[in-house]
Design a protein around this ligand. Structure first.
Ligand SMILES: C[S@@+](CC[C@H](N)C(=O)[O-])C[C@H]1O[C@@H](n2cnc3c(N)ncnc32)[C@H](O)[C@@H]1O
Length: 247
């Protein structure tokens, strides 16, 4: 199937996540992903991931699964706390995980991070096998969020926690307008410069952020999937939100 097929004969809309399109994009940009993250967020991505680690409420010995782990930064931050007994980092793009594996060689945290290639919509793990599942900037890229929510519900132990860090909708309209100008103008240019001209991939990232549901809608989806105690916190004026949900 070509990257321009939505799987049903249609050409996917700008920002629409389809499996082939998303896997192709992250396969191509794996080498420039970390630099792009750092520059495009002006370093804020580290603070956001740290907030996600705090939201995970890790308990000693917790088994943690990080989905759409990419180049591994959230998995490493979770492991660096030394609280979890295991952190399993998964992603469906082997190129992204390869970057994470290379970084792991330099990471000597107290908790081991292991890697496996897996689609977040169909997880190769037993029922009730994790205390915490996390995902940073991944849910937006899933063609079928409901499938992901059902899978996370299945692999979490009762009382386990799902932490979703994702771009969201700034509630203050002038800040939102400014942010959208930044997304439209700076992101594709910066991405293109760092990736050697691959402007289209970064245009997708921009479009996918604008298509993604706002905080309340995402919370409603998690509730419909059976999660309880759903809440969210906005960061950087709602540019990102961290949702938490309990199985
Ligand atoms: C924007 S990156 C985020 C990486 C990392 N979590 C971070 O915070 O930097 C999104 C990642 O999600 C992965 N991804 C997208 N769709 C996926 C799927 N269906 N299953 C597993 N991984 C997926 C991509 O390969 C990519 O590595």
């Amino acid at each position: 199937m070509s990257e321009d097929s939505a799987g049903d004969g249609r050409t996917p809309a700008p920002g629409e996540a389809t499996t082939d399109r998303v896997r192709g994009i992250f396969g191509r940009i794996a080498g420039s992903y970390d630099a792009f993250n750092l520059l495009s967020s002006m370093g804020l991505d580290r603070l956001w991931r740290r907030a996600a680690v705090r939201a995970a409420h890790l308990k000693p010995g917790a088994r943690v699964l990080d989905l759409c782990a990419g180049t591994g930064d959230l998995a490493f931050a979770l492991a660096a706390t030394g609280v979890a007994s295991a952190v399993v980092a998964t992603d469906f793009a082997p190129e992204m995980l390869e970057v994470a594996r290379r970084k792991a060689a330099r990471f000597s945290g107290p908790t081991e991070v292991t890697f496996s290639v897996a689609d977040a919509q169909s997880l190769p793990f037993d029922d009730e096998s994790f205390d915490v599942v996390t995902v940073a900037f991944g849910v937006r890229n899933l063609p079928d969020r409901d499938a992901n929510f059902a899978e996370v519900f299945r692999v979490l132990k009762p009382g386990g926690r799902y932490v979703v860090l994702e771009f969201s909708r700034p509630p203050f309209a002038p800040w939102r307008a400014l942010y959208h100008v930044y997304l439209r103008s700076v992101i594709p240019i910066l991405g293109s410069m760092l990736s050697g001209g691959d402007r289209a991939s970064f245009q997708y990232l921009n479009d996918s952020i604008r298509r993604f549901p706002d905080q309340a809608k995402l919370a409603a989806e998690l509730r419909a999937a059976g999660f309880t105690a759903i809440g969210w916190t906005n960061h950087t004026g709602g540019i990102v939100a961290i949702h938490t949900a309990v199985r």
